[in-house]
Design a protein around this ligand. Structure first.
Ligand code: BGC
Length: 364
């Protein structure tokens, strides 16, 4: 009898704590689902602003639905992320959301998740060579590259250029499928101009292998840019820096300033993520463009996937063909990337409420 009273009491405490977890949701309102179920969210790094925002968005949106969230950052360390995911599985999370550092290191851990019945959602970066993934929420990653290429084509007037222009490439991490697709998108636009001599890459580094930068390192982008400038551009200016990431654009900016480039001969510099610092640099004329990826929308789509796998319903999907990870074609929702520059930044990120004007002014 005593035992029964105890278990009833325990159940009541548990129910109360689950209710409290639900009430802790950011909207403070009635929880819609979730029931305090636990979602593990593994993010790659806090070294770049976008992932901090992604983590914050995911946590807030999941909590608003009544989920508990265990959010971890791996600071770009492959083994740390592996350990974090193993811990999440050991904690018996009800769903795993992973934005990987290097997904090849996670194959066995994801297999374990699958065997233990833990659904896995791939966030922004595709989890490769595993059949343990239920869904993928991302952007059109080849589209990101295509938009970068088209921006350069238009801005540099390549279609009717009177004389050749010089260009160097700064591409993403080789262990990130997004970087490979981005390169493909860039070259779908720019390769023909390299072939016909409209674009001249004096370092000769145009392949993905020669231009990729491990773990998207800003420091390596800076060093590469310094080496290009001193090795190949002593007599002729560099006109275009085709950069795949805002972090690279910051490194490139530092290298150009050190080499004496000024407003008069500042090259076209692209980027990706529309970080506040990048938007500030765009306003100041130190970066030309970036790609705006609405990570609030991405988190919304991903949260819908989490809810669906846990509740046993169908999430919103808009692509069932593109993302083959080597083991399966992962059903995806792809958000649309948009080019952002001085002319449209206000409309895209200020008027929409995505950033406050002060955030951009105060960026450092
Ligand atoms: C993301 C980009 C980001 C890059 C570096 C990629 O996987 O898609 O938005 O700029 O990682 O963090």
């Amino acid at each position: 009898m005593k035992k029964r009273i105890l278990s009833v009491a325990l159940a009541a405490v548990l129910a109360l704590s689950l209710t409290l977890a639900g009430c802790g949701s950011s909207d403070g309102g009635e929880k819609q689902g979730g029931n305090g179920k636990l979602v593990g969210v593994a993010m790659p790094t806090q070294s770049s602003e976008r992932w901090i925002k992604d983590g914050r968005n995911m946590k807030a949106q999941l909590e608003a639905l009544g989920y508990e969230v265990f959010l971890q950052y791996a600071e770009d360390d492959v083994q740390v992320q592996l350990a974090q995911i193993e811990t999440m599985i050991a904690k018996k999370v009800d769903c795993l959301v992973v934005a990987s550092v290097d997904s090849s290191a996670l194959i066995n851990a994801l297999q374990t998740a699958k065997e233990e019945g833990v659904p896995v959602i791939s966030y922004d970066r595709l989890l490769m060579n595993t059949d343990a993934v239920s869904y993928y929420a991302s952007f059109d990653n080849e589209g990101v590259g295509r938009k970068i290429g088209e921006y350069i084509e238009e801005k540099a007037g390549l279609a009717d250029a009177a004389e050749p222009q010089t260009i160097e490439f700064f591409m993403g991490s080789p262990d990130d499928n997004n970087a490979v697709l981005l390169y493909k998108g860039v070259m779908s636009v720019l390769q023909k101009y390299l072939d016909d001599g409209t674009l001249v890459c004096k370092s000769g580094r145009t392949s993905f292998e020669d231009t990729c930068i491990l773990r998207w390192s800003q420091e390596v982008a800076l060093q590469n840019c310094e080496n290009y400038l001193s090795g190949f551009y002593a007599d002729e200016k560099l006109d275009i820096c085709c950069s795949a990431f805002d972090g690279f654009a910051y490194g490139i900016k530092a290298a150009l300033e050190a080499a004496g480039y000024t407003e008069e001969d500042w090259p076209i510099i692209t980027g990706q993520d529309a970080e506040v610092m990048a938007v500030k640099n765009i306003i100041d004329g130190k970066q030309t463009a970036t790609i705006f990826k609405n990570t609030e929308l991405l988190a919304e789509k991903c949260t819908g996937m989490v809810d669906a796998v846990i509740e046993g319903s169908e999430p919103e999907i808009n692509d069932t063909e593109t993302y083959d990870n080597g083991k399966m074609v992962v059903p995806s929702y792809l958000c649309e990337p948009l080019s952002l520059d001085k002319d449209n930044y206000r409309e895209l990120v200020i008027d929409s409420g995505y950033y406050k004007e002060e955030e951009i002014q105060n960026a450092k």
